[in-house]
Design a protein around this ligand. Sequence first.
Ligand code: NAD
Length: 508
Amino acid sequence: MTTTAVEPLAPPAQIPADELLVAGEWRPGAGPEITCTDPATGCTITTLRGASASDVDAAARAAHAAADAPAWRDLLPHRRARLLHRIADGIDGAAEELARLQTLDTGKTLAETRALAASAAGTYRYLAAACETADGELPTPRGEHLAMTVHEPVGVVAAITPWNSPIASDAQKIAPALAAGNAVLLKPAPWAPLVSLAAGRIVHRALLDEGLPPALVSVLPGSGAEAGEALVRHDDVGIVSFTGGTATGRRIAEIAGRRLIPVSLELGGKSPAIICPDADLDHAVAGTLYGIFSSSGQSCVAGSRIFVPRDRHDELVARLADATRRLRVGPGTDPRTQVGPLVHHDHRDRVAAMVDRAVAAGARVVTGGRIPDDPALAGGAYYLPTVLDRVEPAWEICREEVFGPVAVVLPYDDEDDLVRQADDTAYGLACGIWTADHRRAWRIARRVRAGTVWVNTHKQFSISTPFGGVKDSGLGVEKGRLGLRTYSTTKSVYWSLAEDPIPWAAPR
Ligand code: NAD
């Protein structure tokens, strides 16, 4: 494994002040302190006072009033679209700064965070267009009766996001929620709140410039237990849009179920990456490693279970190991880095402990399996890209999401055996298939239970294509026109034009 030395960020990213966006105002939170750490060095970036339950209450009440204010409620779709374009322009204008801030806070490579900033701007633009062109339905009249269906805002959206790609996952919730006419309370994760706050300044400025109620969007980083649960339980919140772990999603769904409010859940995964015997192996090996090791494996769709034909097992393990050893591990600011640090030392230690348990159970470490020994990386939350072999499907390492740079190799006998093993998981988020046989690809793609399937690629996304999981990977979809509907309720209006609308009077 090649490692590269830590270099300081240049130019220094702008660190947001100790202020949250609560009910249209920037002020320190009243909740517990959040320490933001640069995972490449372990140094503290800044501290913030996070949101308390009382901050959530203030933001939710103000959001409820703002959502119902005529200035927003009666705004025509092309004006909502103008707001979204203005936010997109703001993100584009600050893209480099936002990317650097996200790299500083999460450790992701600059190449990744630049792409995420661009995708966030693209999300706002897509939703601006979707908002202007959204249709209701007006079926052919039945005799003298018309019936039409209109889609109305839910009211206040609680948007709860994880730390791995904050600027993109925030945009995937704020943009459709605003496009559908709602107010939004965003709660980013406490490990990486800085870019959400910086993008929040852009959203806030755009609301003011458009003359709209600033309380339409609050940004409330804080703990899940206090700020998160306060949001889900708040009477003024009409829907929870959550991205994060499955256990948290289940808890949120239980609370929301008691309140009878809808939830959209984008949860975890343990996705298969399938190498078929006829695959172009250079592409398959490079693509499979990208699928698991980019973002240091901290991706919900990471292809963490690599399936190889049993009779090609040794050859493929050797190729995967060789290519993995050549990956460059280092700080996200170094343009040569392919695998950055994990988001936090606590998370790195959790990943290391999972690998240690697998090894204790009998797994073979093909490569990696430890913290790098390069002294230049000593302060950071690094973990070497790891390939494990000779694992049992029932073991934790094959069943639980590691959310780190760790792949297991699993051999299969034939297509039926492959599909059975690929589906032998509680999750159903994504699947990558590498093959030159398009009929085979189609058969496997249709049989595997997953929300997204990639053929001869991995981790490719488009804002116009719906994304979601099945089984324990989630409920509902984001992105695409379907994703916009998540944030609306449906109302049907019947309208009679008949002279005698209900001829029910008894005959004289
Ligand atoms: P997490 O579930 O610990 O936290 C996610 C968010 O929920 C955070 O903002 C957290 O503070 C909040 N939260 C925690 N407990 C809460 C509670 N009781 N009530 C309300 N909010 C609460 O997840 P994480 O560690 O931040 O992120 C990693 C997970 O996210 C992984 O499982 C990953 O697969 C998943 N993820 C899924 C997708 C997807 O689109 N399917 C995308 C990215 C990440």
